[in-house]
Write a new protein. Structure first.
Length: 332
């Protein structure tokens, strides 16, 4: 005797059959049985057909003194500033340069130095140390003056403008040469600015009197030169490859000396001013002819090189002069 299946049983069998068919179809199409609740790459739509790959979004990072971009910049400006200084001009005049601007007297600033010592040397070294493993391809180390006399008298450019100076900078030559001084005019600095063995004027020890001790600390085992010379004033461009020719520990030691020295900033900063070219691989006397420098560094090969008029050059005196009254770029 056959028993007719109930309608409930038939419906149940039909539901099971449909579920099995759908499962088989999903497996063939590659749909996972248990998809992850958080996809490996989340893709969102903005409602206008544009998709945003969340994995590619930059994540927020601590941009304090030791922070560095995830991708090294092609070229960057490095400078120190006082908290009271307006440095908006850098972004306005030089928008295609990455900017690393260190406050020397404001610990609450995003980028700041450990101390206000050694003039521009402290922010310069702080940048190199913090970014040593992710340096930009080319770096220009400059002062915070936009331009004009007398604040930016050291800029070899029309109007003494930093923009005019860096707009003409030949990046390919910096890469090739490794290091360039951004000042081509020799006065002050060349041909024999610093002579560490000469008798100090008026019995004052001065910058030269301390250079031998610093030389022996920085370059132990290297014979100290009688003359160190290069155009002033601690503004230069250098390549990543050149910076990396020295180990990180060297730069850490240079900064440690700045932090620990009891020398006043006028002296410690000036000592560093006349060591940068040596730190970056040049001979102690590095005084390229002004016309050659102007052509190779700035591409001004057929132009008459700028010379400071007598009213300006008369106020620029040498380290060895007993009554030196050179305009100071000081952080104070």
């Amino acid at each position: 005797m056959l028993v007719r299946p109930s309608r409930v049983a038939v419906a149940l069998l039909l539901i099971i059959a449909i579920a099995l068919i759908r499962r088989s179809s999903n497996t063939c199409l590659g749909v996972p049985e248990n998809p992850s609740p958080i996809p490996v790459e989340q893709v969102h739509s903005d409602g206008h057909g544009h998709q945003d790959d969340q994995k590619a979004r930059p994540t927020s990072v601590d941009s304090g003194p030791k922070a560095a971009p995830k991708v090294a910049a092609e070229k960057a400006i490095v400078m120190g500033r006082l908290a009271r200084e307006d440095i908006d001009w850098v972004a306005e005049d030089l928008p295609d340069w990455e900017r690393y601007i260190y406050a020397v007297d404001d610990a609450n600033s995003t980028l700041h130095t450990a101390a206000n010592k050694g003039k521009e040397a402290m922010p310069y070294l702080t940048f190199i140390i913090d970014n040593y493993h992710n340096l930009p391809k080319i770096m220009a180390f400059i002062h915070s003056h936009r331009g004009g006399w007398p604040q930016a008298w050291h800029n070899d450019a029309p109007g003494y403008m930093a923009k005019n100076m860096l707009d003409r900078l030949r990046i390919d030559y910096v890469q090739k040469n490794g290091y360039v001084n951004l000042r081509c005019i020799h006065n002050p600095g060349c041909p024999d600015e610093m002579q560490m063995f000469r008798q100090p004027p008026l019995g004052e020890l001065g910058v030269e009197g301390y250079m031998l001790e610093v030389w022996q600390r920085f370059f132990d085992g290297t014979e100290p030169p009688r003359v160190i010379a290069t155009p002033c004033c601690a503004q230069f461009a250098v390549s990543r490859d050149q910076v990396l020719k020295r180990p990180l520990d060297d730069y850490v030691d240079f900064r440690r000396w700045l932090l620990e020295t009891e020398l006043v900033d006028d002296i410690s900063g000036r000592i560093m001013e006349y060591l940068w070219h040596i730190i970056f691989g040049r001979e102690p006397v590095y005084c390229p002819a002004a016309e050659e420098c102007s052509c190779e560094v700035f591409g001004k090969c057929a132009e008459r090189i700028y010379q400071a008029p007598p009213s300006e050059s008369s106020s620029i005196q040498r380290i060895g002069d007993p009554d030196r009254r050179r305009n100071q770029e000081v952080f104070q």
